[in-house]
Design a binder for this molecule. Sequence first.
Ligand code: CXF
Ligand code: ZN
Length: 372
Amino acid sequence: MTTPARAAICRGNSQPFSIEDVELDALRPDELRVRMVACGVCHTDMAVRDEQLPVPHPVVLGHEGAGIVEEVGSAVTVAKPGDRVVMSFNSCGSCPSCDIDAPTYCYNFFPHNWSGTRADGSPVMFQNGETMNANFFGQSSFATHAIAHQANTVKVPDSAAAIPLERIAPIGCGLMTGAGAVLRSMKVRKGMPIAIFGAGTVGMAAVMAAKIAGADPIIAVDVNDARLELAKELGATHAFNAKDDAIAKIKELVPQGLGYVLDTTGINSVIEGAWALLAPKGICGIVGASDPADNLTFNEAAMMGGGRTVMGILGGDSDVGPFLTELLDYHVKGQFPFEKLIGYFDFDQINEAIHASEDGSVVKPVLRISAE
Ligand code: CXF
Ligand code: ZN
Protein backbone atom coordinates (compact mmCIF):
# COMPACT_ATOMS: atom_id res chain seq x y z
CA MET A 1 0.00 0.00 0.00
CA THR A 2 1.30 3.48 -0.84
CA THR A 3 1.28 6.46 1.54
CA PRO A 4 0.30 9.96 0.35
CA ALA A 5 2.77 12.81 0.84
CA ARG A 6 3.59 16.29 -0.47
CA ALA A 7 7.01 16.78 -2.01
CA ALA A 8 8.98 19.61 -3.62
CA ILE A 9 9.59 18.53 -7.20
CA CYS A 10 12.72 19.74 -8.99
CA ARG A 11 12.26 19.86 -12.77
CA GLY A 12 15.70 21.23 -13.57
CA ASN A 13 17.73 24.31 -14.25
CA SER A 14 16.12 27.65 -13.43
CA GLN A 15 12.65 26.24 -12.73
CA PRO A 16 11.37 26.87 -9.19
CA PHE A 17 10.68 23.82 -7.02
CA SER A 18 6.98 23.04 -6.87
CA ILE A 19 5.25 21.33 -3.93
CA GLU A 20 2.91 18.63 -5.25
CA ASP A 21 1.05 15.44 -4.21
CA VAL A 22 3.02 12.19 -4.46
CA GLU A 23 2.76 8.64 -3.10
CA LEU A 24 5.46 6.71 -1.22
CA ASP A 25 5.95 3.00 -1.87
CA ALA A 26 5.33 0.35 0.79
CA LEU A 27 8.38 -0.22 3.01
CA ARG A 28 11.02 -2.89 2.36
CA PRO A 29 12.42 -4.76 5.42
CA ASP A 30 15.38 -2.36 5.92
CA GLU A 31 13.39 0.85 5.44
CA LEU A 32 11.67 3.42 7.67
CA ARG A 33 8.98 5.95 6.84
CA VAL A 34 9.71 9.26 8.51
CA ARG A 35 7.38 12.22 8.97
CA MET A 36 9.65 15.10 8.18
CA VAL A 37 9.93 17.91 10.72
CA ALA A 38 12.71 19.86 9.00
CA CYS A 39 15.32 19.65 6.26
CA GLY A 40 18.44 21.71 5.59
CA VAL A 41 19.30 23.08 2.15
CA CYS A 42 22.77 22.17 0.83
CA HIS A 43 24.74 23.30 -2.23
CA THR A 44 24.60 19.72 -3.51
CA ASP A 45 20.83 20.13 -3.95
CA MET A 46 21.51 23.07 -6.27
CA ALA A 47 24.29 21.21 -8.09
CA VAL A 48 21.76 18.45 -8.89
CA ARG A 49 19.12 20.99 -9.92
CA ASP A 50 21.69 22.48 -12.31
CA GLU A 51 22.56 19.02 -13.68
CA GLN A 52 26.16 19.15 -12.49
CA LEU A 53 25.66 15.73 -10.91
CA PRO A 54 24.15 12.73 -12.74
CA VAL A 55 20.82 12.48 -10.88
CA PRO A 56 17.78 11.94 -13.15
CA HIS A 57 15.03 14.61 -13.33
CA PRO A 58 12.32 15.35 -12.32
CA VAL A 59 13.40 14.50 -8.79
CA VAL A 60 12.67 15.13 -5.12
CA LEU A 61 15.86 16.40 -3.47
CA GLY A 62 16.68 17.19 0.18
CA HIS A 63 19.27 15.21 2.13
CA GLU A 64 19.45 16.85 5.56
CA GLY A 65 16.17 15.59 6.96
CA ALA A 66 15.06 15.11 10.55
CA GLY A 67 11.71 13.82 11.72
CA ILE A 68 9.68 11.26 13.59
CA VAL A 69 9.53 7.61 12.56
CA GLU A 70 6.02 6.51 11.55
CA GLU A 71 6.63 2.92 10.46
CA VAL A 72 9.59 0.55 10.13
CA GLY A 73 10.31 -2.55 8.04
CA SER A 74 10.77 -5.93 9.70
CA ALA A 75 14.61 -5.80 9.71
CA VAL A 76 15.02 -2.28 11.09
CA THR A 77 16.84 -2.06 14.41
CA VAL A 78 18.12 1.51 14.31
CA ALA A 79 14.82 3.13 15.41
CA LYS A 80 11.17 2.39 16.09
CA PRO A 81 7.88 4.25 15.47
CA GLY A 82 7.77 7.47 17.49
CA ASP A 83 11.57 7.89 17.64
CA ARG A 84 13.21 11.19 16.69
CA VAL A 85 15.70 10.59 13.89
CA VAL A 86 18.11 12.44 11.65
CA MET A 87 19.17 11.23 8.21
CA SER A 88 22.44 11.27 6.31
CA PHE A 89 23.79 9.66 3.11
CA ASN A 90 23.11 6.00 2.27
CA SER A 91 25.60 3.18 1.65
CA CYS A 92 25.58 -0.53 0.76
CA GLY A 93 27.08 -1.84 4.02
CA SER A 94 29.03 -4.63 2.31
CA CYS A 95 31.75 -3.22 0.01
CA PRO A 96 35.46 -2.88 0.93
CA SER A 97 34.91 0.75 2.11
CA CYS A 98 31.78 -0.04 4.15
CA ASP A 99 33.68 -3.03 5.62
CA ILE A 100 36.16 -0.61 7.21
CA ASP A 101 33.44 1.84 8.39
CA ALA A 102 34.27 4.31 5.62
CA PRO A 103 30.81 4.47 3.97
CA THR A 104 31.33 7.92 2.41
CA TYR A 105 33.57 6.03 -0.03
CA CYS A 106 31.00 3.26 -0.60
CA TYR A 107 31.75 1.44 -3.89
CA ASN A 108 28.00 1.49 -4.55
CA PHE A 109 27.43 5.14 -3.65
CA PHE A 110 25.64 6.02 -6.91
CA PRO A 111 22.84 3.42 -6.88
CA HIS A 112 22.18 3.99 -3.17
CA ASN A 113 22.10 7.81 -3.33
CA TRP A 114 21.80 9.27 -6.81
CA SER A 115 19.97 6.84 -9.08
CA GLY A 116 16.50 8.21 -8.30
CA THR A 117 15.33 4.74 -7.23
CA ARG A 118 16.31 2.09 -4.70
CA ALA A 119 19.67 0.48 -5.48
CA ASP A 120 17.81 -2.44 -7.10
CA GLY A 121 16.09 -0.03 -9.50
CA SER A 122 12.64 -0.10 -7.90
CA PRO A 123 10.87 3.22 -7.35
CA VAL A 124 10.21 4.61 -3.84
CA MET A 125 7.92 7.40 -5.04
CA PHE A 126 5.09 7.82 -7.54
CA GLN A 127 3.04 10.68 -8.92
CA ASN A 128 -0.30 9.85 -10.52
CA GLY A 129 0.81 6.25 -10.88
CA GLU A 130 4.09 7.16 -12.67
CA THR A 131 7.53 6.72 -11.12
CA MET A 132 8.96 9.90 -9.56
CA ASN A 133 12.75 10.01 -9.05
CA ALA A 134 13.50 10.12 -5.33
CA ASN A 135 15.56 8.20 -2.73
CA PHE A 136 18.06 11.08 -3.06
CA PHE A 137 20.82 10.34 -0.52
CA GLY A 138 18.51 7.54 0.62
CA GLN A 139 15.85 10.00 1.77
CA SER A 140 14.47 12.83 -0.51
CA SER A 141 13.57 14.94 2.48
CA PHE A 142 12.11 17.99 0.72
CA ALA A 143 8.78 16.32 1.47
CA THR A 144 6.29 15.79 4.25
CA HIS A 145 7.30 12.11 4.45
CA ALA A 146 10.32 10.13 3.27
CA ILE A 147 11.48 6.55 2.99
CA ALA A 148 14.85 6.22 4.74
CA HIS A 149 17.08 3.23 5.39
CA GLN A 150 18.69 1.38 8.26
CA ALA A 151 22.13 2.57 6.98
CA ASN A 152 21.42 6.32 6.82
CA THR A 153 19.10 6.86 9.79
CA VAL A 154 20.34 7.84 13.25
CA LYS A 155 18.16 7.89 16.35
CA VAL A 156 18.67 11.16 18.19
CA PRO A 157 20.15 10.17 21.58
CA ASP A 158 18.16 10.91 24.74
CA SER A 159 20.97 13.25 25.80
CA ALA A 160 19.83 15.53 22.93
CA ALA A 161 16.12 15.27 23.77
CA ALA A 162 15.95 19.02 24.48
CA ILE A 163 17.44 20.00 21.11
CA PRO A 164 14.71 20.67 18.52
CA LEU A 165 14.78 18.51 15.38
CA GLU A 166 14.63 21.64 13.22
CA ARG A 167 18.09 22.48 14.60
CA ILE A 168 19.48 18.95 14.35
CA ALA A 169 18.36 18.43 10.69
CA PRO A 170 21.51 19.72 8.92
CA ILE A 171 23.97 17.71 10.99
CA GLY A 172 24.15 14.82 8.48
CA CYS A 173 25.88 16.64 5.61
CA GLY A 174 27.98 19.85 5.58
CA LEU A 175 28.39 20.04 9.36
CA MET A 176 29.52 16.41 9.51
CA THR A 177 31.82 16.99 6.52
CA GLY A 178 33.67 19.98 8.00
CA ALA A 179 33.91 18.59 11.51
CA GLY A 180 34.87 15.13 10.26
CA ALA A 181 37.58 16.53 7.99
CA VAL A 182 39.28 17.98 11.08
CA LEU A 183 38.54 15.30 13.66
CA ARG A 184 38.45 12.10 11.59
CA SER A 185 40.22 12.60 8.25
CA MET A 186 43.17 14.86 9.12
CA LYS A 187 43.05 14.05 12.86
CA VAL A 188 44.21 17.55 13.77
CA ARG A 189 46.62 17.58 16.71
CA LYS A 190 46.35 19.84 19.74
CA GLY A 191 48.52 22.95 19.53
CA MET A 192 49.07 22.68 15.76
CA PRO A 193 48.28 25.53 13.36
CA ILE A 194 45.45 25.19 10.83
CA ALA A 195 44.02 27.43 8.10
CA ILE A 196 40.53 26.86 6.75
CA PHE A 197 39.68 28.33 3.35
CA GLY A 198 36.01 29.19 2.83
CA ALA A 199 33.56 30.06 5.59
CA GLY A 200 30.37 28.32 4.52
CA THR A 201 28.74 25.49 6.49
CA VAL A 202 31.67 23.11 5.92
CA GLY A 203 34.34 25.70 6.76
CA MET A 204 32.49 26.94 9.87
CA ALA A 205 32.04 23.35 11.10
CA ALA A 206 35.78 22.84 10.55
CA VAL A 207 36.53 25.95 12.61
CA MET A 208 34.38 24.68 15.51
CA ALA A 209 36.01 21.24 15.28
CA ALA A 210 39.50 22.75 15.17
CA LYS A 211 38.68 24.47 18.45
CA ILE A 212 37.48 21.16 19.89
CA ALA A 213 40.75 19.55 18.74
CA GLY A 214 42.76 22.33 20.41
CA ALA A 215 44.43 23.58 17.18
CA ASP A 216 46.29 26.87 17.50
CA PRO A 217 46.18 29.22 15.72
CA ILE A 218 42.91 28.61 13.85
CA ILE A 219 42.92 30.83 10.77
CA ALA A 220 39.75 31.39 8.71
CA VAL A 221 39.99 32.80 5.18
CA ASP A 222 37.04 34.04 3.11
CA VAL A 223 36.05 37.00 0.93
CA ASN A 224 33.06 37.95 3.11
CA ASP A 225 33.84 40.02 6.22
CA ALA A 226 30.55 39.14 7.96
CA ARG A 227 31.36 35.44 7.58
CA LEU A 228 34.86 36.06 8.95
CA GLU A 229 33.38 37.75 12.02
CA LEU A 230 31.13 34.73 12.58
CA ALA A 231 34.12 32.39 12.15
CA LYS A 232 35.84 34.27 14.97
CA GLU A 233 32.76 33.87 17.17
CA LEU A 234 32.89 30.12 16.49
CA GLY A 235 36.56 29.67 17.36
CA ALA A 236 38.87 31.18 14.73
CA THR A 237 41.77 32.96 16.42
CA HIS A 238 42.49 34.89 13.22
CA ALA A 239 40.37 35.75 10.19
CA PHE A 240 41.81 37.11 6.96
CA ASN A 241 40.01 38.41 3.90
CA ALA A 242 41.31 36.59 0.81
CA LYS A 243 41.14 39.86 -1.13
CA ASP A 244 43.60 41.34 1.31
CA ASP A 245 46.69 39.14 0.78
CA ALA A 246 45.68 36.46 3.26
CA ILE A 247 48.57 34.18 2.19
CA ALA A 248 51.21 36.77 3.13
CA LYS A 249 49.47 37.38 6.45
CA ILE A 250 49.43 33.66 7.25
CA LYS A 251 53.16 33.38 6.41
CA GLU A 252 53.88 36.27 8.73
CA LEU A 253 51.77 34.77 11.53
CA VAL A 254 53.14 31.23 11.23
CA PRO A 255 56.56 31.44 9.55
CA GLN A 256 57.39 27.77 10.21
CA GLY A 257 54.35 26.69 8.18
CA LEU A 258 50.98 25.13 8.94
CA GLY A 259 50.27 21.64 10.21
CA TYR A 260 46.98 21.57 8.31
CA VAL A 261 45.14 23.45 5.60
CA LEU A 262 41.57 22.64 4.64
CA ASP A 263 40.08 23.82 1.39
CA THR A 264 36.30 24.06 1.18
CA THR A 265 36.22 26.28 -1.93
CA GLY A 266 37.18 23.82 -4.69
CA ILE A 267 39.08 26.63 -6.43
CA ASN A 268 42.41 25.47 -7.91
CA SER A 269 44.39 28.62 -7.17
CA VAL A 270 43.17 28.62 -3.55
CA ILE A 271 44.13 24.95 -3.04
CA GLU A 272 47.58 25.44 -4.58
CA GLY A 273 48.17 28.57 -2.48
CA ALA A 274 47.06 26.74 0.66
CA TRP A 275 49.28 23.73 -0.10
CA ALA A 276 52.33 25.98 -0.33
CA LEU A 277 51.75 27.05 3.31
CA LEU A 278 52.30 23.57 4.75
CA ALA A 279 55.07 22.75 7.23
CA PRO A 280 56.87 19.38 6.97
CA LYS A 281 54.40 16.50 7.57
CA GLY A 282 51.57 18.95 6.87
CA ILE A 283 48.26 17.79 5.44
CA CYS A 284 46.24 19.63 2.80
CA GLY A 285 42.62 18.43 3.04
CA ILE A 286 40.37 18.97 0.03
CA VAL A 287 36.60 18.91 0.58
CA GLY A 288 35.37 21.60 -1.83
CA ALA A 289 33.37 20.62 -4.91
CA SER A 290 35.38 21.54 -7.99
CA ASP A 291 34.99 21.59 -11.75
CA PRO A 292 35.30 17.94 -12.85
CA ALA A 293 37.81 19.05 -15.51
CA ASP A 294 40.19 20.61 -12.98
CA ASN A 295 43.68 19.23 -12.27
CA LEU A 296 46.00 20.43 -9.51
CA THR A 297 49.76 21.03 -9.71
CA PHE A 298 52.00 20.41 -6.71
CA ASN A 299 55.76 20.52 -6.43
CA GLU A 300 56.90 16.91 -6.24
CA ALA A 301 60.10 17.60 -4.28
CA ALA A 302 58.20 19.63 -1.66
CA MET A 303 55.63 16.88 -1.34
CA MET A 304 58.13 14.02 -1.03
CA GLY A 305 60.89 15.87 0.80
CA GLY A 306 58.58 17.29 3.45
CA GLY A 307 56.40 14.21 3.78
CA ARG A 308 53.43 16.39 2.93
CA THR A 309 50.02 14.90 2.14
CA VAL A 310 47.24 15.99 -0.18
CA MET A 311 44.11 14.34 1.15
CA GLY A 312 40.80 14.06 -0.70
CA ILE A 313 37.98 14.04 1.87
CA LEU A 314 34.37 13.03 1.32
CA GLY A 315 31.76 13.56 4.02
CA GLY A 316 34.48 14.00 6.65
CA ASP A 317 35.08 10.23 6.69
CA SER A 318 31.88 9.97 8.73
CA ASP A 319 30.72 6.54 9.89
CA VAL A 320 27.19 8.05 10.25
CA GLY A 321 25.67 6.79 13.54
CA PRO A 322 28.64 7.04 15.93
CA PHE A 323 29.99 10.31 14.51
CA LEU A 324 26.63 12.11 14.34
CA THR A 325 25.99 11.05 17.94
CA GLU A 326 29.42 12.40 18.92
CA LEU A 327 28.68 15.72 17.18
CA LEU A 328 25.32 16.01 18.94
CA ASP A 329 27.13 15.45 22.21
CA TYR A 330 29.50 18.35 21.44
CA HIS A 331 26.45 20.45 20.55
CA VAL A 332 24.69 19.65 23.82
CA LYS A 333 27.85 20.68 25.69
CA GLY A 334 27.98 23.98 23.79
CA GLN A 335 31.16 23.08 21.90
CA PHE A 336 29.55 22.80 18.46
CA PRO A 337 27.20 25.81 18.31
CA PHE A 338 26.03 25.34 14.73
CA GLU A 339 22.68 26.98 15.48
CA LYS A 340 24.49 30.26 14.72
CA LEU A 341 24.61 29.28 11.04
CA ILE A 342 20.90 28.49 10.62
CA GLY A 343 18.11 30.63 9.12
CA TYR A 344 14.61 29.10 9.09
CA PHE A 345 12.04 29.08 6.26
CA ASP A 346 8.60 27.49 5.95
CA PHE A 347 8.40 24.53 3.57
CA ASP A 348 6.43 26.53 1.00
CA GLN A 349 9.24 29.11 1.00
CA ILE A 350 11.66 26.53 -0.38
CA ASN A 351 12.59 28.71 -3.36
CA GLU A 352 13.34 31.66 -1.06
CA ALA A 353 15.49 29.36 1.12
CA ILE A 354 17.48 28.24 -1.93
CA HIS A 355 17.91 31.85 -2.98
CA ALA A 356 19.19 32.78 0.50
CA SER A 357 21.78 30.01 0.24
CA GLU A 358 22.88 31.11 -3.22
CA ASP A 359 23.15 34.82 -2.44
CA GLY A 360 25.06 34.00 0.75
CA SER A 361 22.66 35.82 3.06
CA VAL A 362 22.05 32.64 5.10
CA VAL A 363 24.84 30.13 5.76
CA LYS A 364 22.50 27.19 6.39
CA PRO A 365 18.82 27.56 5.43
CA VAL A 366 16.55 25.01 7.11
CA LEU A 367 12.98 24.29 5.99
CA ARG A 368 10.32 23.85 8.66
CA ILE A 369 8.09 21.10 7.30
CA SER A 370 5.86 20.09 10.22
CA ALA A 371 5.61 20.73 13.94
CA GLU A 372 7.58 18.36 16.13
C1 CXF B 1 27.95 14.29 0.75
C2 CXF B 1 28.86 13.54 -0.15
C3 CXF B 1 28.93 12.09 0.23
C4 CXF B 1 29.15 11.86 1.67
C5 CXF B 1 28.31 12.69 2.55
C6 CXF B 1 28.26 14.13 2.16
N1 CXF B 1 27.80 15.64 0.36
C7 CXF B 1 26.63 16.21 0.16
O1 CXF B 1 26.35 17.35 -0.08
ZN1 ZN C 1 24.88 18.12 1.24
